[in-house]
Design a protein around this ligand. Structure first.
Ligand SMILES: Cc1ncc(COP(=O)(O)O)c(C=O)c1O
Length: 395
């Protein structure tokens, strides 16, 4: 083999990453760019982030808070997060021993898998699931066991959940509010999961990054609030979605001391610490958000966007489902007769000029339906442009 082909080939890649392709998010965004499509595929806001939080970051940089932070997070931010979790959910965490700041929820999930899963352990995940979960489980040497959330209501079969438990099951990974379906797990569903964890002595890792985007009458209930769950749950969330600052990558994990200690052992050798001035700015954000009425306004804006996109998709005959939480709308496009959801997403991007995500990317075993996921974390002009193109297509 020549040096050149050796450099390009997969031969030098470690086996543990050889199976990971380019993510569908990068692929659809590239296709949207090359065809001038309105990009409702990737899940980040295109509207301005809060100015008062950006100013806090500028001030932190100007005050020269620019050296390494404490590895497990700025004390001020950990304190603010602990106070918020207590006020919102009645969950008391010790900011010193039970709160860890990470580089996004993505790092917290990855660190939790490396910290808690032994080679040959099994991890139960609900599918469809966020794309970083299974690579995290597999890089820890574990194996994912899937339990299906069934369209259109996205319920799971409790018997299927029970059947997924084996002597090797170590933990269960749960995302609520859920990407891509918009499902918010109900208290009864959470109790089914909690009961399973208690009976089989499982750890739960929850991804709650959309906790502030829950549309009434749905309510967000952290699994850790259920009886017996606080001491076996790692609750992961992030400031990315809550403060529309996804590029800052400030996430965090609440967990009892032994689980926090394990996560911190990974975190210290992956990044050591998250970005210092941005942690300070996020401390300001978490401290001041309730007093500024931030969360209510934030949710009201999302409700308007959700309703606008639902109506545009409905009028275009795309059979949308109104989400209970998060910022995605799922459509069932089976009736349009495409070969698969990827073919539909490509068609919509290149021919109609609106980019969506084909949700098969979130499945181990794709579902019988053909689905499409549209993101409504967009400014009104972007959503209007998408609505205009969809209307022109279906006229
Ligand atoms: C379910 C879910 N978890 C985690 C993340 C990543 O969060 P962060 O930006 O904090 O890494 C996302 C982002 O899209 C997500 O949808």
């Amino acid at each position: 083999m020549s040096l050149d082909s050796d450099l390009r080939g997969a031969g030098r890649m470690a086996a543990r990453v050889a199976g990971f392709g380019t993510s569908i998010f990068s692929e659809m965004s590239a296709l949207a760019r090359s065809h001038g499509a309105v990009n409702l595929s990737q899940g980040f806001p295109d509207f301005p982030s809060p100015e008062w939080i950006r100013t806090a970051a500028e001030q932190a940089i100007a005050a020269d808070l620019n050296q390494y932070a404490v590895s497990h997070g700025s004390p001020r931010l950990r304190q603010a997060l602990a106070a918020q979790e207590a006020a919102a959910y009645g969950l008391d965490y010790d900011a010193d021993r039970e709160v860890t700041v990470t580089s996004g929820a993505t790092e917290a999930i990855f660190a939790a898998m490396l910290a808690l899963v032994n080679p040959s352990d099994e991890v139960i995940v609900f599918e469809p699931c966020y794309d970083s979960y299974v690579p995290g489980i597999e890089m820890a040497g574990g194996t994912a066991r899937y339990v299906r959330l069934d369209a259109p209501g996205w319920q799971f079969d409790p018997a299927a959940l029970e059947a997924a438990v084996t002597p090797r099951t170590r933990l269960i990974l749960l995302n609520t509010p859920h990407n891509p379906t918009g499902k918010v797990f109900t208290p009864a569903e959470l109790e089914t999961v909690a009961d399973l964890c208690r009976r089989h002595n499982l750890i739960a890792v929850t991804d709650e990054v959309y906790e502030h985007i829950v549309f009434p009458p749905a309510t967000h209930v952290p699994l850790a609030t259920l009886p017996g769950m606080r001491d076996r749950t790692v609750t992961i969330s992030s400031t990315s979605k809550t403060f529309s600052l996804t590029g800052w990558k400030i996430g965090y994990a609440f967990a009892p001391p032994d689980l926090s200690d394990a996560i911190r052992r990974v975190h210290q050798f992956v990044v050591f610490c998250s970005v210092t001035p941005l942690q300070e700015a996020m401390a300001t954000a978490v401290e001041q958000a309730p007093g500024r009425g931030y969360y209510a306004e934030f949710l009201a804006d999302y409700a308007t966007r959700r309703d606008f996109l639902y109506s545009a998709l409905d009028q275009a005959g795309l059979h949308p489902q109104q989400p209970q939480g998060a910022y995605f709308t799922m459509c069932d496009v089976t009736h349009l007769g495409f070969a698969d959801d990827v073919a539909f997403a490509r068609y919509l991007t290149t021919e109609v000029g609106v980019a969506a995500i084909p949700p098969s990317a979130f499945y181990h075993t794709p579902p019988p339906q053909q689905l499409a996921r549209f993101c409504f974390a967009k400014n009104p002009q972007t959503l209007q442009a998408a609505a205009d193109r969809l209307a022109a297509w279906r006229r």
